[in-house]
Design a protein around this ligand. Structure first.
Ligand code: WTA
Length: 668
């Protein structure tokens, strides 16, 4: 990158920020790596611990080397606390009871409301009591399948108040996916809403849950209780005709209305003190073998890490209004809609809708309405909004903005520059935050007041995070170079295990390079030490910021009775970043026709969810395999982009197949 492509933080922003110079960052960084306890103790002191951790030795302990015994990561062992108490009661005691915790902005611009810290605590306590009435105890799992409404953080915090483990499933997943996840975590209760609007689309969430509950039963797991928020009739319908006969079936012995339950519940609830290493929540993420993994996060470390990254990466100051557009169903929503902001007594916007409804200037209109100071969204949203030109953004006053965030996938320099110039007016810092469900919070990111920005680079590690680049043989790459991105020591917010499958945790993240946590991403380091994430190096792909595995989609495609074999690769996409390109070998004598293509698309939507729908499905009379039968995906990726420069194909069992595949590409 030429030097002119380095952007300095605005000097006013820099002067007022917590970390205002690179020297200050470097000193603190060194402290965080060499003396984690000294660094984190300042954060520890801000929170309430019912029992403090025993001694220095118990502050942090870990083993990252599988040859030395089981992988383990522990922070503040012996300490006890309650995260909900720290997010609500503590802030109220500190005088923030009447402060707005959330401005809730509905799908329809006429629907909005606000929640103070006090009101939030009252609702959380009531719902915690409801959960208790339904027999939920410490350690039980509660599945949540909800739209972006206030009941979602209320349900999460109610779980954490009583020590129950929430397991949120993004409400875009299909009933099959929900069933599989509820079965895996043996959820006792499911919380949902009757339905929700996304733009002009009506989602029948309870209906999806009904199917999922049945399917979970077929898989051998019985969910005892389903609690349903009545949402549809309290909001404005973008298309009233769609709700004329909207109805929900309630099963007497299992289903309960949220409001009915809340009426009877007491508005106070004593918090359950949990150990620092007690589970807080689990969240499923795609696995390269197909079956999703229940990533488990624990209490103490996650509190320290979510609060610190939120405060420093968004440089959150009292009086700021912060907005993260992520759905709570993803990790970004957990850490940066709920836990991080509330731990800092922040005021946030929570948005139910889409960037395109009622018009494609909705984001900019909402920023103007609430005078948002920090805005955090995904590159895919930025790219799709760019396609409408500058006018929708220029129509609104965006002067309140100070910091812009990006998350979920690499941001291309073109999108970065548009975000910087048109949205940030060249005065906002952009924080390109690299992290994962597994890392719990940002791990590589600029800090807005001090890091000179290079468009497309996530730049430097956050405090406590020690990244390294390794070559295929596990040797460290010093200085400039490209390799596997790994971490050599734990930070407080990293995952502790895969729920109920510690072996899989060790296998997935610690077996490739003993002694290191392996992210599955590649990265390069430039001459100035900046890190640039190059993307997944396993068989995972990232569609609009949603991570999925090719194996997962292939398994669904081959379920179809007319399909013999399927291979899926990623193809670059101008808005989604990547999209799915599928090769299908039908059974012998079966035709490959439009009907099959349509059925396969429906199948993927049903099994995984609408966001996984393939963009292209092509006929493959055969697949390019080596003599040992391994599919050479590198060739399929070339076919997907129609690039005939396929390189060496001499190891293929049948070289002719390559030409056939190019000739079979769909016409558009
Ligand atoms: C990718 C989302 C480049 C990466 C928080 C990672 C990114 C995966 C960035 C995790 C970024 C996330 N630059 N790539 N700033 N942020 N990724 O678990 O491939 O949904 O491994 O967590 O997204 O996705 P996940």
């Amino acid at each position: 990158m030429p030097e002119q492509n380095i952007f300095q933080p605005d000097s006013k922003l820099s002067r007022s920020s917590y970390i205002s110079s690179i020297q200050q960052y470097e000193e603190l960084y060194k402290l965080s790596i060499d003396h984690p306890e000294k660094f984190w103790n300042n954060v520890v002191k801000q929170f309430h611990w019912e029992t403090p951790h025993a001694d220095s030795k118990s502050f942090m302990s870990y083993n990252f080397d599988i040859s030395k015994g089981p992988i383990s990561i522990k922070w503040m062992e012996g300490a006890s606390t309650n995260i909900c108490y720290n997010l609500l009661d503590r802030n109220i005691k500190n005088g923030h009871g009447d402060k707005i915790a959330f401005y809730w902005e509905g799908n329809h611009p006429e629907d909005y409301t606000r929640f103070t810290y006090r009101k939030l605590l009252e609702e959380v306590c009531r719902f915690a009591n409801v959960l208790k009435m339904h027999g939920v105890n410490k350690g039980d799992r509660v599945a949540i399948y909800m739209p972006m409404i206030m009941e979602t953080p209320i349900a999460m915090l109610a779980c954490s108040r009583i020590g129950a483990i929430h397991s949120i499933v993004f409400a875009g997943f299909s009933s099959d996916s929900l069933a599989e996840r509820m079965k895996d975590c043996k959820a006792k209760v499911l919380i949902t809403s009757d339905g929700a609007w996304r733009g002009e689309k009506l989602l029948h969430l309870k209906q999806i849950c009904d199917h999922a509950l049945e399917k979970a039963q077929e898989l051998g797991h019985h969910v005892e209780t389903c609690i349903v928020v009545k949402h549809i009739h309290r909001v404005t319908a973008p298309k009233p005709e769609l709700i004329e006969d909207f109805s929900v079936e309630m099963r007497d012995d299992r289903d309960f209305w949220w409001n009915d339950e809340m009426e009877e519940a007491e508005p106070s609830c004593y918090p359950e003190w949990t150990s620092a290493e007690d589970p807080l929540f689990m969240l499923y993420t795609s696995g390269s073998t197909g079956k999703p993994k229940g990533v488990l996060h624990t209490t103490g470390g996650y509190l320290l890490y979510s609060s610190t990254t939120f405060k420093l990466v968004f440089d959150y100051k009292p009086g700021d209004v912060y907005w993260c557009t992520a759905d709570i169903g993803w990790i970004t929503g957990h850490t940066y809609v709920v836990y991080g902001p509330l731990a800092n007594a922040a005021t946030s916007v929570m948005f139910e809708g889409t960037p395109f409804y009622p018009d494609n200037d909705r984001f900019w209109q909402v920023i103007d309405k609430y005078k948002v100071t920090q805005f955090y969204t995904a590159p895919t949203a930025i790219r799709s909004l760019m396609t409408f030109g500058d006018e929708p953004a220029l129509k609104h006053n965006l002067d309140s903005l100070k910091i812009l965030g990006s998350v979920g996938e690499p941001i291309n320099p073109e999108a970065w520059l548009w975000y910087y110039k048109i949205i940030g007016k060249e005065k906002c810092s952009i924080v390109d935050t690299f992290w994962q469900t597994e890392t719990g919070g940002h791990v590589i990111t600029p800090l807005p007041g001090c890091t000179p920005m290079k468009p497309g680079s996530a730049s430097f590690p956050f405090f406590g995070v020690k990244p390294m680049l390794l070559d295929e043989g596990g040797k460290e790459i010093q200085g400039e170079g490209e390799g596997y991105l790994v971490f050599s020591q734990p930070w407080p917010g990293m995952m502790r295990t895969v729920y109920n499958d510690h072996k899989r945790f060790e296998q997935t993240y610690f077996s490739k390079f003993p002694g290191y946590y392996c992210t599955g991403d590649g990265a390069k380091r430039d001459k100035d030490g900046y890190l640039w994430i190059t993307g997944r190096i396993d068989d995972m792909l990232n569609v609009s910021g949603h991570l999925m595995s090719t194996a997962e989609v292939e398994a669904v495609l081959t379920e179809h009775s007319r399909v013999s074999e399927a291979a899926v690769v990623s193809r670059p996409h101008p808005v989604k970043g990547e999209c799915l390109y599928c090769f299908i070998t039908p059974n012998q004598n079966e035709p490959f026709d439009k009907q099959l293509i349509d059925e396969l698309k429906v199948l993927v939507r049903e099994r995984i969810g609408p966001f996984a729908q393939p963009d292209a499905i092509q006929h493959a009379p055969g697949l390019p395999k080596t003599r040992s039968g391994k599919i050479m995906r590198r060739i399929l990726r070339k076919v997907a982009v129609n690039d005939r420069d396929v390189g060496d194909i001499s190891t293929l069992a049948d070289e002719n197949i390559v030409e056939i595949l190019f000739n079979n590409r769909p016409s558009k």
